[in-house]
Design a protein around this ligand. Structure first.
Ligand SMILES: *Cc1c(COP(=O)(O)O)cnc(C)c1O
Length: 408
């Protein structure tokens, strides 16, 4: 049995413990997948009912003004900014992470005319690599792919326009040295583009402290915006005036309702918007971000390190046959831990059947996210107890690959 007394003591001393009440979580579930889809803020259901029934149903088109739909993206962006260590006028909420990556890869490379290389890690999340390749093709640049962020410094030279990297390795949770790599990129005159999808809302993101140039990230993971919530993009103020989006839709125009046939970009970060925002999803994101109000990135990171640290310690002690595939030093990993197991997919399914929800990453990782806003230390201890029970009692050979779900 996994002893819960240490976990209870940690929960009792946890300054973020009261945040859990802001979320609606099913009582029988230990949810360790907030890095894939964040939990629902309690306030989201009522807010969306008002939006659908009253603002859409009764207000109709007037709600763009009367209910504040038109100005909502800027309000949500201003709330995300402190979680990024950025200012409100450096953040825009729009589109998906993938689309924002494409816009900033192209716009960023065009800030360094004459340079011919986009540098990235081929271990990054595949959408990031696909889009870096597509941007390089469009620009007539070379895509220089290296094997992990540690290999970036040796690949830097004065041909590199943009270094595009994920802050957290989506498989192992290994954290890139954003501050050091940004400085290395700047030393050769290159710009950085950070993907913060697995960081914001859980880690100590500090774009100003890193001197970062450009960044993107996801609204539905640790920001709890709901499935498919819009994403955000960041551009440091110094770059904004020069920045030209390759997707200059009417919402990036200085005056969309002038219906001007000529394009004039709006001053500032809003030029990275493109078209009409998905208002219902945006309002879900507004509730998700509001659920982190008053919490600092440093406090979120401290708890994430505490939760992942306890998980690693208990897995080592109680499940020694499972390999911890994440960095062992808390400061070197994100808010997630991956366990390597030859039957990782059946393992994840068996855990879910017993109420512990994580996810599988091919070929052999069982991945667990520890959202600091709503995960308790007791959940960590209980999850390891269930893992021990699965390893002891469940037949992991009975689930065949044919039983894979489409979304894993
Ligand atoms: C989740 C995630 C995405 C998701 O992109 P979408 O456009 O929302 O599908 C992209 N990049 C990284 C690193 C992610 O973790």
């Amino acid at each position: 049995m996994v002893d819960r007394s240490t976990a209870h003591a940690l929960d009792a001393a946890d300054p973020l413990a009261p945040l859990r009440d802001r979320f609606a979580l099913p009582p029988e579930t230990i949810y360790l997948d907030g890095n894939s889809l964040g939990a629902r803020p309690r306030s989201a259901a009522a807010r969306l009912v008002v939006a659908v029934r009253d603002e859409w149903g009764t207000g109709l088109v007037r709600s763009w003004n009367d209910a504040g739909w038109y100005t909502e993206p800027a309000r949500v962006a201003a709330r995300i900014a402190p979680l990024l260590g950025a200012d409100p006028d450096e953040v825009v909420v729009a589109d998906s992470t993938s689309v924002n990556l494409f816009k900033l890869l192209v716009a960023g490379a065009r800030l360094r005319p004459g340079r011919t290389v986009i540098l990235t890690s081929t271990r990054d999340f595949p959408t990031d690599v696909y889009l870096a390749r597509a941007a390089a093709e469009l620009l007539g640049c070379e895509l220089r792919g290296v094997d992990g962020p540690d290999a970036v410094p040796a690949a830097l030279d004065r041909d590199v326009a943009v270094v595009a990297l994920c802050h957290v390795d989506f498989r192992t949770g290994a954290l890139a040295d954003a501050h050091g790599l940004t400085a290395a990129a700047h030393a050769v005159g290159a710009l950085t583009l950070w993907d913060l999808s697995h960081s914001t809302g859980a880690l100590d993101v500090d774009l100003h402290g890193w001197a970062a140039d450009l960044a993107v990230g996801c609204g539905y993971k640790f920001l709890n915006g709901g499935p498919g919530a819009p994403a955000y993009a960041f551009a440091a103020r110094v770059h904004q005036e020069e920045l030209r989006s390759p997707l200059p839709g009417w919402f990036s125009h200085a005056d969309p309702f002038a219906f001007d046939p000529d394009f004039t970009p709006v001053p500032g970060i809003t030029r990275l918007a493109c078209g009409t925002p998905p208002v219902l999803s945006l309002l879900g994101l507004a509730e998700g971000v509001a659920s982190l109000d008053g919490v600092t990135p440093a406090a979120l990171a401290a708890k994430a390190h505490g939760l992942t640290g306890l998980f690693v310690e208990l897995v080592d002690r109680h499940c020694p046959e499972v390999e911890v595939a994440s960095p062992r030093v808390a400061e070197a990993r994100g808010a997630q831990v991956a366990l390597r197991h030859p039957r990782a997919y059946p393992l994840v399914r068996a855990l879910a059947a017993r109420g512990v929800v994580g996810d599988f990453r091919t070929p052999d990782l069982a991945r667990f996210g520890f959202a600091p806003a709503y995960t308790r230390y007791a959940d960590v201890a209980d999850a390891v107890g269930v893992l021990r029970a699965v390893l002891d009692h469940d037949d992991l050979d009975r689930l065949e690959p044919a039983q894979h779900h489409a979304v894993r």
